[in-house]
Structure formats: structure tokens, C-alpha cells
Ligand binder design. Structure first.
Ligand code: GAR
Length: 197
């Protein structure tokens, strides 16, 4: 079998999308393996989940670098290269990246965002969709470029917003789709890399 693409998943919190990617990678025909789970803060719950699943957890604590964001990213970049990582999957990584890391991994860094981009980049996406009276919500997997939540879209999933929905209800419905969309889109992306696309 061809070598699987080595993916690092970046998290800042519970890491349920990371878990979905780890589950998908267990399939014999999955084109990627999760080789590293990296967090920017030690409190990220997903680090323990990753360790329990037998995946290396690594915290590169942003507080160790003070205001020097690029030094933080240089440390991250070195850790990735030391492990032969080929693709980064941001999964609830809640720190805006500088052009240093974005450029270093251009075309090889994906993100999942809980809205139907280009609608609602940034935070509080579901609350904003509800406030606008939208009838649907969703999630997007896209390539990361310099603009926040702006890169080329690789996949989207839509869900209805139902009468009486509040923000947690929409978040839960969207999250279920995130867990389906991200593994599927990452697999397609990695197969494309294998074929030199
Ligand atoms: C997910 O809903 C993800 O789309 C969102 O954070 C959540 C992380 O949950 N990401 C962003 O808002 C990025 N802009 P998880 O830690 O359970 O995967």
C-alpha cells in the first residue's frame, strides 16, 4: 500500500473533530494517518484523548513565547518537520496564525469552520446565523490562506435551522456534520496529493 499522508491535527480544546479524524484513520483504506496532535495550551482536553488513542500529544504552550507569535510558530514548525508531517488539519485551533506558518504550509494546511463560508467568518457563527434569521447553517473545510477563514473551499455541509432552535441546538446539529465532513474532505485531499494533484 502507498505510504499514508502524515497529518498533524491542531486543537485548542475538547478535540471532537480530532477524534473523528482519528476514528477515520483506523480504516484500512484511509489515505491519512494522524501522526501528531498539537495544542497551543496545556489545558486542551483533546491532548489526553489523543494520548489515550495512542497518538503523540504535543503542547507548544504559547505562554512560553510571550508576545512573539512567530517564535511560537517556529517552534511548532520545527516539531512538525522533525516528525515528517506532511499536512496540518486545524480542528478548533483558536489562535490566528501569522504569515510565517501559513506561508510555510501553503496548500498543505486545512481548517474546519462552523459556518457556510463566506458567511460568518470569525467567532459566534451560529448566534449570528440565528440573529440574521437564516434558515440553514453548516460547516466548511477550506485551505488556510493569509485572510482568516478565507481560503479556497474544499467541502461544505448544510443543516436546517428549525423553529425554536437556540445556539446549542444549531451547534450540535452542525457538529455532527463536521465529524462527517472533515474526514471525508481530508481523505479526498490526501488522495489528490498522492496523485500529484
Ligand atoms: C468546531 O465546531 C470547529 O468548527 C470550531 O471549533 C469547534 C471545535 O470543536 N472551529 C472554529 O471556530 C475555528 N474558527 P472540537 O474541539 O470539539 O473539534
Amino acid at each position: 500500500m502507498t505510504q499514508r499522508t502524515k497529518v498533524a491535527v491542531f486543537i485548542s480544546g475538547r478535540g471532537s473533530n480530532m477524534e473523528a479524524l482519528v476514528r477515520a484513520a483506523r480504516a484500512a483504506d484511509c489515505p491519512f494517518e494522524i501522526a501528531l496532535v498539537l495544542a497551543n495550551k496545556p489545558g486542551a482536553g483533546g491532548l489526553a484523548t489523543a494520548a489515550a488513542a495512542g497518538i503523540e500529544p504535543l503542547c507548544v504552550d504559547q505562554r512560553d513565547f510571550g508576545k512573539d507569535r512567530q517564535a511560537h510558530e517556529r517552534a511548532i514548525d520545527a516539531a512538525l518537520r522533525a516528525r515528517g508531517i506532511q499536512v496540518i488539519a486545524l480542528a478548533g485551533y483558536m489562535r490566528i496564525l501569522t504569515p510565517f506558518l501559513v506561508d510555510a504550509w501553503a496548500g498543505r494546511m486545512l481548517n474546519i469552520h462552523p459556518s457556510l463560508l463566506p458567511h460568518y467568518p470569525g467567532l459566534d457563527t451560529h448566534a449570528r446565523a440565528l440573529a440574521a434569521g437564516d434558515q440553514e447553517a453548516g460547516c466548511t473545510v477550506h485551505l488556510v490562506t493569509a485572510g482568516v477563514d478565507e481560503g479556497p473551499i474544499l467541502g461544505q455541509a448544510r443543516v436546517p435551522i428549525l423553529p425554536g432552535d437556540d445556539e446549542p441546538a444549531v451547534a450540535l446539529r452542525v457538529l455532527a456534520q463536521e465529524h462527517r465532513l472533515y474526514p471525508e474532505t481530508l481523505a479526498t485531499f490526501c488522495r489528490g496529493l498522492e496523485q500529484g494533484a
